[in-house]
Each structure stands twice: as C-alpha cells, then as structure tokens.
Design a protein around this ligand. Sequence first.
Ligand code: UDX
Length: 443
Amino acid sequence: ESISRRMTVFGTGYLGATHAACMAELGHEVLGVDVDPSKLAMLEAGEVPFYEPGLEEVLRRNIAAGRLRFTSSYEEAAEFADIHFLGVGTPQKKGEFAADMRFVDSVVDSLAPLLTRPAVIFGKSTVPVGTAERLGVRARELSPAGQDVEVAWNPEFLREGFAVKDTLHPDRLVLGVDRNRPGRAESVAREVYGKILDEGTPFVVTDLATSELVKASANAFLATKISFINAISEVCEASGADVTVLADAIGHDERIGRKFLNAGIGFGGGCLPKDIRAFMARAGELGADQALTFLREVDNINMRRRTRMVELAREACGSLLGARVAVLGAAFKPDSDDVRDSPALNVAGQIQLQGAAVSVYDPKAMGNSRSLFPTLTYSANTEEACAGADVVLILTEWAEFRKLLPSDLDDIVRKKVVIDGRNCLEPAIWRDAGWTYRGLGRP
Ligand code: UDX
C-alpha cells in the first residue's frame, strides 16, 4: 500500500535532484532545496543541470503533477515537511585526502534552528563514519524541537547514467538508525520507500556507523576491483598476455564475477577517487590507518594507468612535441557529461603538456570539459577531432566510439594508429584494415 508523504531534499546536485524527482515519482510531495539560484531556476523550468538519461522526463512529469517544487528558503522547507533528506556534496578537501564536510554541516546548522516539530533527517551523502552521530547531537542542540529531532543515515548507491533506475529499483536499501535513541526513522523510511520495498528489495536496517561504512566499503571494493584488473593488465603487458580474455575467464567464477573487471585507463568521477581517499583519512583519524593502506596502492595503480596511456601515445608518435593527437572521449565514463577527475581529460592534459596538439571530442561533455580544461582544442565531431591525427586515442567508451570502423577514419588521419584506452574496439578489425592497434593490457 502506498502512502504519500511530504518531504524535502537538501542539495539539488546529482544525488539530490535525482532523489527529489524519484521520490515525487513514488507519489510523495517533494520540495527540493538549494542555495544556488541558477540550479533552482533550471530545475523549476523542468531542465536537469547535468546529463542523465531519463531524469528530465521524471522531473517534468512530477512538476506538472504538482508533486515537485524547488526553493532556496530553509524557512519554507522547515514549515513544509517533517522528513528531510540531505543530499549535498562531500568533496575532497584541497591538498588533503579528507572529505570537506562544510556543506553537510551548514545544512544542519541552518535547518535545525527552524525545526519546531518532531522531525527525521535522513542523510544520503557519503560521509566519514561518525558523522551521523555528530550531526544528531548538533541538530538536537540547535532545534527548538530538541530531543524530537532524529538523524538517520540512508546511503545512496546510484551510478551516474543509471541514476533513475538505481533510485527507483535499487539493489538494496540501507538505513542506519541511532541505536541509543529508539525513534521513528525506520517506520518513516518504510512508508517513504513502501513501493520499492513491496518489490522485494532487500532492506538492511543497522546502526549509524555501520550504514556509513557500508557506503565507504562498497566504493572501496569497486575501486579495488578495477585496480586489481588494471594491476594484472600491467603484468599482461609485460608478458604478452591479453587482459580482456583473462577477465572473461576469471569472471566466469561466480565468486569473482565479470562486472567491474574492465581494464583501461582506470576509474575517475565525483565518487570513487575522493571516497577512497576520504576513507583512508578517516581510518587514520580512528587509529586504523594500517587497515586501509592497500587503498593507497589502489589509488597508485589507478593513476599509473593514466601515465601508461601517455607513454603509449608518445611511443606511437616518436615524440609528442608537435604531434597531432585525437582524443575521443572526455567524460569519466560513457552516458555522462561529468568530467570530475576524468581519466580522459587528465591524459589529454598530460599529452598537451608534452607539446602535442590535442583535439578532443565527446558526445556530451564538451561544455564541462571546456570549463575545466580551457586550453585544449575541442572538435565538433569524431571526424574533425581525427583530421590529420598521428594517433587516435579512445579514452571514454561511448557507444558511438565502440561502433567506429577503420573505414570511418582511413582517409582522415595522417597515421593509422589507434590506442584503445578502454579496450572497447575489436583489434582484429583494425589490424586487418592496416591499422596499428594498441590496447591496455593486450598484446
Ligand atoms: C560509483 C559507484 O558505482 C556508485 O555505486 C556510487 O554511488 C558512486 O560511485 P559512478 O561514479 O557513477 O558510481 O561510476 P561507475 O559506473 O562506478 O564508474 C566509476 C569509474 O570506474 C568510471 O571512470 C569507469 O570508467 C571506471 N570503471 C568502471 C573502469 O575503469 N572499469 C570497470 O570495469 C568499471
């Protein structure tokens, strides 16, 4: 049975905007809150400020149905609902591994004094273990409702590119509640997520610290899995083996599984890199740093793949000084316009620093790339990027690059060399057409 509730969502970035729209899609009355007027204006007009397949439809449908609105007013938010989701960012601090908690803290500091009725705050952001407990104490101190304010943690596991599906049909829901203060958080969550739970979605209810660590360790595991296969790909390169065949073969073992075993230029984005660093920093603060020293190696392996890609490009051109390098892909992964910590742009930037003329094309991430790396040259399409190229680099495995055929580029490039940073092309097709094909971890 579905119950419609009123709720707010603080933060309208990737996580918050998706959560707000999807909660409205479940039938709830939702108010999205942000301090950035430009984001609010876009969302109110039914426009998603980033590229996420399917999200705009959900947003528009629910605005039209009157279930979804946006505001910058905390007063309005506190008045509107007694269920508050917190989905603001926890970026990496400048020059440190630790997470910057200023956005999370500021929401609680501004909202709590306005809470005059009993309320539940569900944190969704990825935070250092211990944060939820700390925020609970703080919120109760600041709020006129005092002891009737509860903080629970409800980590989010959505992937960019699948944000709507991952939110409405998650693999599992996790809820951390304060075991020392029995409250309403679990029953409220069961109402809010009723439709999802009715589908048989596993629901793990635990203490606050465990829920925070679930998220940190899930991301650490995924990052480790990618770096594992990338480490093996280094050995493959040294021995003439093929990491893609190897990944298929070990992936058949159900205990291992084939997913997240794609070797290439490694992981990037707004989550995995900063989350493993924040996790190490937090373990250090807790005196458990030894437990996570392996994550430093995970990070190192990941960064080494980028350097290797640059090396391969240099080998292909003889010297990068004066070479023309075509870069296909800028987003940190396909079906996203996100370039935060993108391996593709990092490689493009390093190659340019070594004196090459780099032209970049990405189907969706051109605007964001230009703001982050204004000095690279950007092309309108694949053909323009590859014109006169000494080497073509595939750095994000967009479908349109996977589908490329040698005949699409034969007459455009100067030298028929392709380096496949995502192992997404069929080597035989390119070699048979007279191209030099190099993959990462492939002979
Ligand atoms: C990730 C987690 O998957 C998600 O659960 C969490 O909530 C946020 O972080 P996301 O950042 O959207 O999601 O991207 P994901 O699909 O996990 O990919 C992360 C990076 O790993 C990308 O740069 C991708 O190219 C890379 N990757 C992924 C590989 O290099 N090899 C793989 O086999 C898989």
